[in-house]
Write a protein that binds this ligand. Sequence first.
Ligand SMILES: O=c1ccn([C@H]2C[C@H](O)[C@@H](COP(=O)(O)OP(=O)(O)OP(=O)(O)O)O2)c(=O)[nH]1
Length: 154
Amino acid sequence: MKPYRQRRQRKPLTLKVKYFDKEIPKLEKFETGDWVDLRAAETIEMKQGDFKLIPLGVGMKLPKGYEANIVPRSSTFKNFGIIQTNHYSVIDQSYSGNEDQWFYPALAIRDTVIQKGDRICQFRINKKMPKVEFVTVEKLDGINRGGLGSTGTK
Ligand SMILES: O=c1ccn([C@H]2C[C@H](O)[C@@H](COP(=O)(O)OP(=O)(O)OP(=O)(O)O)O2)c(=O)[nH]1
């Protein structure tokens, strides 16, 4: 019998990646669970208050039943002065056409320059929400919580 560690190893999920730019480094072949950094595929100059969809140079066919989610790196605001305007990106499984490049929606809080190849955000895949059914009811039978902040701050 195989040692325990080997028995537990599962076949990795396959993510098909199209690179829209030849100069951007390719993703590592295998990732073992950490969020994966993504890079700006263009040099972007922004003035304070500018909004820009920054191309990330990749498009992917995700495994069936999965979506991808993008958030900033912790250092992104410190390094570049940009905020992700949708806060948490949802990349649908259907976003997999040949021109469906991922982008990062950014608002500049100060004048800034992001160089092509800079790692500005990170992504992971997540299981899609299961199929749900909405049923209209007259009453909810939980206990009222008493409004936002009702548990105090300490
Ligand atoms: O930060 C993001 C958010 C979305 N997308 C892509 C993938 C996603 O599947 C598609 C549509 O995103 P979403 O459904 O959030 O946009 P929408 O404003 O609801 O537009 P749509 O009518 O295209 O659904 O855009 C990105 O590349 N980056």
